[in-house]
Design a protein around this ligand. Sequence first.
Ligand code: ATP
Length: 366
Amino acid sequence: KKKIAVMTSGGDSPGMNAVVRAVVRTAIHMGCDAFCVYEGYQGLVTGDIRKTDWNDVRGYLSEGGTLIGTARCMEFYERPGRRLAAKNMILKGIDALAICGGDGSLTGADKFRAEWPSLVDELVSGGELTEQQVAPYRHLNIVGLVGSIDNDLSGTDNTIGAASALSRICEMVDYIEATASSHQRAFVIEVMGRHCGYLALMAGVATGSDFIFIPEKPRDDNWREDMVKIVKKHRELGKRKTIVIIAEGAKDRHGEKITSSMVVDLLKDPKGLKLDTRATILGHVQRGGPAVAQDRILATLQGVEAVKTLLEATPESETCFIAITENKIVRKPLMAAVKATQEVAKAIEAQDFSRAMALRDTEFAE
Ligand code: ATP
């Protein structure tokens, strides 16, 4: 029987459990044995790889976080760590792996697959495994699934977890708005997103906020005057509350960080708006809690496609990740998308926004 393993890696995101459930159950449905790797790459290195049955993933759809654990694993950055990982997989008879994580995890996956044949050679020449033991496992097949609340991966319209984080942010803003409106207060709400303003922008649209700061659209030198003018106008039109949403990576056009406390000071300014203003940094509530239906569905459809991808892969086929493009679940080349994502982050750091946007919109061939 073919053996397929699934793992979650990098920062957790809502929907990762639905991925695990979908991969395990699809693998079993297709006549394979399913395994879970616990604690991300750490579990590959330590050999924490457990056979998983249909019933073991019961109830996974509605659980937040990742029940099989995730970790940052230093050993996996180094070749000896990856060699150990290969050995543990061969000992379990596994040569097909679905990885759900961010761009770092997917980079590690691609490197692991590329190195696999030489890692296997080393295991044999070093006397750790015999030629007979490794013979059926000369090639590793890998597939990526993107678990990230940031929706920051190029080549896919959505990542698993982003819809849940966005829903959570909107819910929190709704709660805050009750107080803001009752006391006629202003609130500055900081949301996650160092290089990607998706959550801030969409939350701003969904809650009708007064002003939004995102990394992709740095404010020009008179952002203070602009914001004051707009907030003042809204107040004059009878609005009893002010909501400003700021992504953690917001900057001005000189690359200087715009912080929530800078915005608070401006709203409070005794010579200006004089608003009773508070800041709320939403932090990890954005990542927590159960996945919304959209993420459960995305994770399930992509988990099914991931298993099909692994079963159809050959030693020659390119390493893929599962994307969603115009509402269709599709396979795309993994490293092209990961490289573009990393280039986007660099372009945003360098304030080259037209390049960043072009890279983010790249359509990678299927
Ligand atoms: P997030 O978006 O939440 O940061 P991520 O998947 O990008 O998720 P990372 O911390 O970058 O998170 O990567 C998770 C793990 O993947 C690392 O701890 C490491 O074990 C492995 N990894 C990341 N990059 C590489 C790489 N270049 N080579 C080998 N392994 C890597």
